[in-house]
Design a protein around this ligand. Structure first.
Ligand code: IMP
Ligand code: MG
Length: 174
């Protein structure tokens, strides 16, 4: 069986959208204490481009999560494998996610973070697959809405592979 990647979003399309998101966040967070919380591992590529598109002093922290799911399906039971390095009380948090699929992971993280008394919590996601939503989550900054296909690249993996592909693609088997 062979695998090939079909392009869904090109490197150029992603770069242009990430620049727009960064400019919007720069406007919205002028007088705030911005902390980008990067949800590992999938968001590391998106976050590294996004943070360089934001022209503000900011802090970056990382959150490791593991979702107990069957295959490619999220269960919504999220285990924190690496917690933030500092408290977020009185800070303006943006959670940076690669993709919101069922919405269960982000819903869980919003609930968790609210117990830590930040001044605000918003969500920035590169991708959204509304067809598979199980809970409704507000995405404050969204890159692209995509159809219901399993995508890889630009940080996203399939069984830990393809994270380094510089565009977003769909794996096809033949
Ligand atoms: P959710 O809890 O179902 O919203 O899923 C969130 C996580 O599942 C994402 O942060 C990804 O790590 C992973 N995921 C969901 N859909 C895809 C996909 O199409 N490709 C790669 N990872 C995905
Ligand atoms: Mg993720």
């Amino acid at each position: 069986m062979s695998e090939r990647l079909v392009n869904m979003l090109s490197t150029e399309e992603i770069a242009a959208r990430v620049r727009d998101l960064g400019a919007q966040i720069t406007k919205d967070y002028k007088d705030k204490n911005l902390v980008l919380v990067v949800v590992l591992k999938g968001s590391f590529v998106f976050a590294s481009d996004l943070c360089r598109a934001i022209d503000l002093p900011l802090r970056i922290d990382f959150l490791g999560v593991r979702s107990y799911g069957e295959g490619t399906e999220s269960s919504g039971v999220v285990q924190i494998t690496h917690d933030l390095s500092k408290p977020i009380a009185n800070e303006d948090v943006i959670i940076v996610e690669d993709i919101v699929d069922t919405g269960l992971t982000i819903a869980h993280l919003m609930d968790l973070f609210r117990t830590r008394n930040p001044r605000s919590v918003k969500v920035c996601a590169l991708l959204h697959k509304p067809a598979r939503a199980r809970v409704s989550v507000g995405i404050d900054y969204l890159g692209f809405t995509i159809e219901d296909k399993f995508v890889v690249g630009y940080g996203l993996d399939f069984a830990e592979r393809y994270r380094n592909i510089p565009y977003i693609g769909v794996v096809e088997r033949s």
